[in-house]
Design a protein around this ligand. Sequence first.
Ligand SMILES: [Zn+2]
Length: 249
Amino acid sequence: MAKMPVVASSPQGRFNDGAQLINGAVLDTSEAYGKHLFCWWSTGSILHVHLGLIGKFRPAPLEDAPGDTIRLRLEGADAAWHLTGPQTCNIITPEERNEVVSTLGPDPLRRGANRKQDFVQKISATKRPIGAALLDQSIIAGIGNVYRAELLFLTGIHPETPANTVDPDLLGQLWDLTVSQLKRGLKWNRIVTVSDQDVDKRVTYKIDREDALYAYHRGEMPCRRCHTLIVDTEVAGRSIWYCPSCQPR
Ligand SMILES: [Zn+2]
Protein backbone atom coordinates (compact mmCIF):
# COMPACT_ATOMS: atom_id res chain seq x y z
CA MET A 1 0.00 0.00 0.00
CA ALA A 2 1.33 3.43 -0.93
CA LYS A 3 2.15 5.98 1.71
CA MET A 4 -1.15 7.79 1.62
CA PRO A 5 -4.09 8.11 3.95
CA VAL A 6 -6.51 5.21 3.89
CA VAL A 7 -10.22 5.20 4.38
CA ALA A 8 -10.91 2.58 7.04
CA SER A 9 -14.33 1.17 7.82
CA SER A 10 -15.97 -1.92 9.24
CA PRO A 11 -18.82 -2.89 6.88
CA GLN A 12 -19.72 -5.68 9.30
CA GLY A 13 -19.84 -3.20 12.16
CA ARG A 14 -17.86 -5.26 14.67
CA PHE A 15 -14.74 -3.15 14.30
CA ASN A 16 -16.24 0.35 14.02
CA ASP A 17 -14.24 1.78 16.91
CA GLY A 18 -10.96 0.33 15.70
CA ALA A 19 -11.53 1.40 12.11
CA GLN A 20 -12.19 4.93 13.32
CA LEU A 21 -8.75 5.00 14.97
CA ILE A 22 -6.95 4.34 11.68
CA ASN A 23 -9.31 6.13 9.31
CA GLY A 24 -7.31 8.85 7.52
CA ALA A 25 -3.98 7.50 8.82
CA VAL A 26 -0.94 6.54 6.74
CA LEU A 27 0.55 3.06 7.07
CA ASP A 28 4.11 3.55 8.34
CA THR A 29 5.23 -0.05 8.39
CA SER A 30 3.92 -3.56 8.79
CA GLU A 31 5.53 -6.65 10.23
CA ALA A 32 4.56 -10.30 10.20
CA TYR A 33 5.53 -12.37 13.21
CA GLY A 34 4.51 -16.00 12.89
CA LYS A 35 0.84 -15.79 12.07
CA HIS A 36 0.46 -12.32 13.54
CA LEU A 37 0.40 -9.15 11.45
CA PHE A 38 1.13 -5.78 12.99
CA CYS A 39 0.43 -2.59 11.00
CA TRP A 40 1.87 0.58 12.45
CA TRP A 41 -0.11 3.72 11.57
CA SER A 42 0.89 7.38 11.51
CA THR A 43 -1.60 8.01 14.33
CA GLY A 44 0.41 5.75 16.63
CA SER A 45 -2.21 3.00 16.51
CA ILE A 46 -1.09 -0.57 15.86
CA LEU A 47 -3.52 -2.83 14.05
CA HIS A 48 -3.07 -6.43 15.19
CA VAL A 49 -4.48 -9.16 12.96
CA HIS A 50 -4.35 -12.93 13.35
CA LEU A 51 -6.16 -14.69 10.52
CA GLY A 52 -6.73 -17.96 12.37
CA LEU A 53 -8.16 -20.85 10.39
CA ILE A 54 -10.62 -19.07 8.14
CA GLY A 55 -9.51 -15.45 8.08
CA LYS A 56 -8.55 -13.78 4.80
CA PHE A 57 -6.99 -10.44 4.01
CA ARG A 58 -7.28 -9.83 0.30
CA PRO A 59 -7.33 -7.04 -2.24
CA ALA A 60 -10.61 -6.05 -3.85
CA PRO A 61 -11.47 -3.63 -6.65
CA LEU A 62 -12.59 -0.27 -5.30
CA GLU A 63 -15.95 -0.58 -7.02
CA ASP A 64 -16.78 -3.85 -5.21
CA ALA A 65 -19.56 -3.18 -2.77
CA PRO A 66 -18.31 -4.25 0.67
CA GLY A 67 -20.36 -7.15 2.03
CA ASP A 68 -21.44 -7.48 5.63
CA THR A 69 -18.85 -10.18 6.39
CA ILE A 70 -16.01 -7.67 6.07
CA ARG A 71 -14.56 -6.85 9.46
CA LEU A 72 -12.22 -4.21 8.10
CA ARG A 73 -12.02 -2.45 4.77
CA LEU A 74 -8.96 -0.35 3.98
CA GLU A 75 -9.43 1.83 0.95
CA GLY A 76 -6.48 3.36 -0.89
CA ALA A 77 -6.30 5.24 -4.18
CA ASP A 78 -6.25 2.19 -6.46
CA ALA A 79 -7.64 -0.71 -4.48
CA ALA A 80 -9.22 -1.79 -1.26
CA TRP A 81 -8.25 -4.54 1.18
CA HIS A 82 -10.89 -6.65 2.82
CA LEU A 83 -10.37 -8.53 6.06
CA THR A 84 -12.86 -11.31 6.73
CA GLY A 85 -13.17 -13.92 9.48
CA PRO A 86 -10.05 -13.05 11.49
CA GLN A 87 -9.36 -14.78 14.78
CA THR A 88 -8.03 -11.46 16.10
CA CYS A 89 -8.47 -7.92 14.85
CA ASN A 90 -7.79 -5.15 17.33
CA ILE A 91 -5.92 -1.94 17.95
CA ILE A 92 -3.09 -2.33 20.44
CA THR A 93 -0.26 -0.36 21.99
CA PRO A 94 3.45 -1.00 21.41
CA GLU A 95 3.59 -2.63 24.85
CA GLU A 96 0.79 -5.01 23.94
CA ARG A 97 2.52 -5.81 20.66
CA ASN A 98 5.69 -6.68 22.58
CA GLU A 99 3.68 -8.88 24.89
CA VAL A 100 2.23 -10.84 21.95
CA VAL A 101 5.66 -11.26 20.35
CA SER A 102 7.23 -12.37 23.64
CA THR A 103 4.89 -15.39 23.79
CA LEU A 104 5.93 -16.57 20.34
CA GLY A 105 8.67 -19.05 19.55
CA PRO A 106 11.28 -18.38 16.86
CA ASP A 107 9.88 -17.45 13.45
CA PRO A 108 11.66 -19.29 10.61
CA LEU A 109 11.12 -16.34 8.28
CA ARG A 110 12.72 -13.72 10.51
CA ARG A 111 16.38 -12.93 10.89
CA GLY A 112 18.07 -13.34 14.21
CA ALA A 113 20.83 -15.31 15.83
CA ASN A 114 20.25 -18.55 17.73
CA ARG A 115 16.80 -19.20 16.33
CA LYS A 116 17.68 -22.78 15.47
CA GLN A 117 19.12 -23.51 18.91
CA ASP A 118 16.13 -21.79 20.48
CA PHE A 119 13.76 -24.02 18.49
CA VAL A 120 15.66 -27.24 19.24
CA GLN A 121 15.81 -26.38 22.92
CA LYS A 122 12.10 -25.53 23.15
CA ILE A 123 10.82 -28.53 21.23
CA SER A 124 13.17 -30.97 23.02
CA ALA A 125 11.68 -29.86 26.31
CA THR A 126 8.22 -31.27 25.63
CA LYS A 127 7.03 -34.86 25.84
CA ARG A 128 4.05 -34.07 23.65
CA PRO A 129 3.86 -35.66 20.18
CA ILE A 130 6.03 -33.72 17.77
CA GLY A 131 2.96 -33.20 15.57
CA ALA A 132 1.37 -31.25 18.43
CA ALA A 133 4.53 -29.35 19.34
CA LEU A 134 4.91 -28.03 15.80
CA LEU A 135 1.53 -26.30 16.04
CA ASP A 136 2.45 -24.70 19.37
CA GLN A 137 3.21 -21.08 18.47
CA SER A 138 5.35 -20.66 21.58
CA ILE A 139 7.74 -23.32 20.21
CA ILE A 140 7.82 -22.24 16.58
CA ALA A 141 5.83 -19.37 15.12
CA GLY A 142 4.03 -19.68 11.84
CA ILE A 143 3.63 -23.40 11.18
CA GLY A 144 0.14 -24.49 10.14
CA ASN A 145 -1.47 -27.84 9.51
CA VAL A 146 -0.18 -28.27 5.94
CA TYR A 147 3.45 -27.55 6.78
CA ARG A 148 3.50 -29.72 9.89
CA ALA A 149 2.46 -32.77 7.85
CA GLU A 150 4.90 -32.00 5.06
CA LEU A 151 7.87 -31.21 7.29
CA LEU A 152 7.42 -34.40 9.30
CA PHE A 153 7.23 -36.39 6.08
CA LEU A 154 10.41 -34.75 4.78
CA THR A 155 12.29 -35.53 7.99
CA GLY A 156 10.85 -39.05 8.27
CA ILE A 157 9.40 -38.46 11.73
CA HIS A 158 6.17 -40.15 12.81
CA PRO A 159 3.78 -37.40 14.00
CA GLU A 160 3.10 -39.14 17.32
CA THR A 161 6.77 -39.40 18.31
CA PRO A 162 7.32 -37.67 21.68
CA ALA A 163 9.24 -34.52 20.78
CA ASN A 164 11.83 -35.02 23.54
CA THR A 165 12.89 -38.38 22.05
CA VAL A 166 13.80 -36.99 18.61
CA ASP A 167 17.54 -36.67 17.91
CA PRO A 168 18.57 -33.00 18.29
CA ASP A 169 20.48 -33.18 14.99
CA LEU A 170 17.30 -34.24 13.25
CA LEU A 171 15.45 -31.38 14.96
CA GLY A 172 18.12 -29.04 13.60
CA GLN A 173 17.48 -30.43 10.12
CA LEU A 174 13.76 -29.96 10.68
CA TRP A 175 14.39 -26.28 11.43
CA ASP A 176 16.58 -25.80 8.33
CA LEU A 177 13.95 -27.45 6.17
CA THR A 178 11.24 -25.30 7.68
CA VAL A 179 13.19 -22.17 6.81
CA SER A 180 13.77 -23.23 3.20
CA GLN A 181 10.22 -24.49 2.72
CA LEU A 182 8.59 -21.38 4.16
CA LYS A 183 10.82 -19.17 2.00
CA ARG A 184 9.73 -21.09 -1.07
CA GLY A 185 6.09 -20.77 0.00
CA LEU A 186 6.47 -17.04 0.48
CA LYS A 187 8.18 -16.60 -2.88
CA TRP A 188 5.62 -18.69 -4.75
CA ASN A 189 2.66 -17.54 -2.68
CA ARG A 190 1.49 -21.15 -2.25
CA ILE A 191 2.59 -24.29 -0.49
CA VAL A 192 4.66 -26.60 -2.69
CA THR A 193 6.96 -28.99 -0.84
CA VAL A 194 7.88 -31.64 -3.42
CA SER A 195 11.27 -32.02 -5.12
CA ASP A 196 11.84 -32.66 -8.83
CA GLN A 197 12.92 -36.28 -8.37
CA ASP A 198 9.77 -37.25 -6.43
CA VAL A 199 7.35 -35.98 -9.08
CA ASP A 200 9.50 -36.64 -12.16
CA LYS A 201 9.33 -33.08 -13.39
CA ARG A 202 10.82 -29.70 -12.75
CA VAL A 203 8.93 -28.19 -9.84
CA THR A 204 7.80 -24.60 -10.30
CA TYR A 205 5.16 -22.41 -8.69
CA LYS A 206 2.78 -23.51 -11.45
CA ILE A 207 2.82 -27.18 -10.45
CA ASP A 208 -0.61 -28.86 -10.42
CA ARG A 209 -2.33 -28.90 -7.07
CA GLU A 210 -2.38 -32.70 -6.89
CA ASP A 211 1.40 -32.83 -7.39
CA ALA A 212 2.40 -30.16 -4.88
CA LEU A 213 2.52 -32.06 -1.57
CA TYR A 214 3.76 -35.35 -0.10
CA ALA A 215 1.33 -36.16 2.68
CA TYR A 216 -1.23 -33.49 3.48
CA HIS A 217 -4.73 -34.62 2.43
CA ARG A 218 -3.27 -37.55 0.48
CA GLY A 219 -4.95 -40.31 2.53
CA GLU A 220 -5.19 -43.64 0.67
CA MET A 221 -2.87 -42.38 -2.05
CA PRO A 222 0.55 -43.97 -2.67
CA CYS A 223 3.57 -42.33 -1.07
CA ARG A 224 5.61 -40.48 -3.71
CA ARG A 225 8.78 -42.18 -2.46
CA CYS A 226 7.83 -45.74 -1.48
CA HIS A 227 4.26 -46.26 -2.78
CA THR A 228 2.95 -47.28 0.66
CA LEU A 229 -0.52 -45.82 1.13
CA ILE A 230 -0.59 -42.55 3.08
CA VAL A 231 -2.71 -42.74 6.24
CA ASP A 232 -4.17 -40.16 8.58
CA THR A 233 -4.51 -39.78 12.29
CA GLU A 234 -5.38 -36.98 14.67
CA VAL A 235 -2.75 -35.06 16.61
CA ALA A 236 -3.59 -31.99 18.71
CA GLY A 237 -7.20 -32.22 17.59
CA ARG A 238 -6.43 -31.88 13.89
CA SER A 239 -5.95 -34.39 11.11
CA ILE A 240 -2.44 -35.19 9.98
CA TRP A 241 -1.35 -37.46 7.14
CA TYR A 242 1.85 -39.50 7.03
CA CYS A 243 3.55 -42.44 5.34
CA PRO A 244 3.81 -45.43 7.71
CA SER A 245 6.99 -46.64 5.92
CA CYS A 246 8.88 -43.36 5.50
CA GLN A 247 7.80 -42.20 8.97
CA PRO A 248 7.95 -45.30 11.19
CA ARG A 249 7.06 -45.11 14.85
ZN1 LIG B 1 6.77 -43.54 1.96
